[in-house]
Design a protein around this ligand. Structure first.
Ligand SMILES: [Zn+2]
Length: 222
């Protein structure tokens, strides 16, 4: 079960105050996917990551309220520099736009998370073409974050699991395989190494489907 709350937010772009829905609490049953999409019951929470300002369309995130004024201003500017939002936009338009805004202010990890969340919405709508395009954009953002030094020091190789999964599900086989090689070269712990080897098996089989961390535990690779 997921509970939703309504909160008031202040737009980073136009300064207007508006109401938005946020996730209050949720239960998760089962392991997440390899790209960290949450397990059953919490699988749809990413839909509430952003909500468009009802006045200017700025895709507001819950964390915006606590961000420093300088970042809020830069996010607002990046929004206004993008083409105007179309009236016929798809359901995941706000997540995609937020991803583009995050790229605009150089927050590549956040950009990748938003673009991947948009891809999950496209998955659910069975729009494979758009899901693939969004994954390509997400992979570009995650790669930029890794290049800029966005490694998790405590978990060597972990950042390459999601990158490999995003590329695999977009059908970029060589890039996905390379990500697993780079991840394994970092000397990961047995769990991360098993995830990377599981990804590699899926890549060799040219499998583009979603798989969960639970399958890795059952695979005997651990
Ligand atoms: Zn606004």
């Amino acid at each position: 079960m997921t509970t939703l709350n309504t909160v008031r937010a202040t737009c980073c772009s136009c300064g207007a105050s508006f109401e938005r829905v946020v996730v209050g609490s949720t239960y998760v049953h089962g392991p997440p996917d390899l790209d960290l999409r949450e397990g059953p019951l919490a699988r749809d929470c990413h839909r509430y990551l952003v909500a468009p300002c009802e006045w200017c369309g700025f895709p507001a995130a819950e964390e915006d309220e606590d961000e420093p004024e300088d970042l809020r201003r830069r996010l607002g500017t990046a929004h206004r520099e993008l083409p105007a939002c179309g009236a016929a936009d798809v359901e995941w338009a706000a997540l995609k736009r937020r991803g583009q805004i995050e790229r605009g202010v150089g927050r590549d990890e956040e950009a990748g998370t938003m673009l991947l969340s948009a891809a999950w919405c496209a998955d659910d709508a069975r729009d494979d073409h758009e899901a693939t395009r969004l994954r390509l954009d997400a992979a570009e953002a995650f790669s930029a974050a890794i290049e800029a030094g966005g490694h998790d020091e405590d978990q060597p190789g972990a950042c390459f699991v999601r990158l490999a999964d995003v590329l695999r599900r977009a059908g970029v086989w060589d890039g996905a395989a390379e990500a697993t090689t780079l991840g394994l070269a970092e000397g990961p712990d047995p769990f991360v190494a098993a995830l990377l080897r599981f990804e590699r098996e899926l890549i060799e089989k040219r499998g583009r489907g979603a798989h969960s961390l639970g399958e890795v535990e059952a695979s005997g690779l651990l």
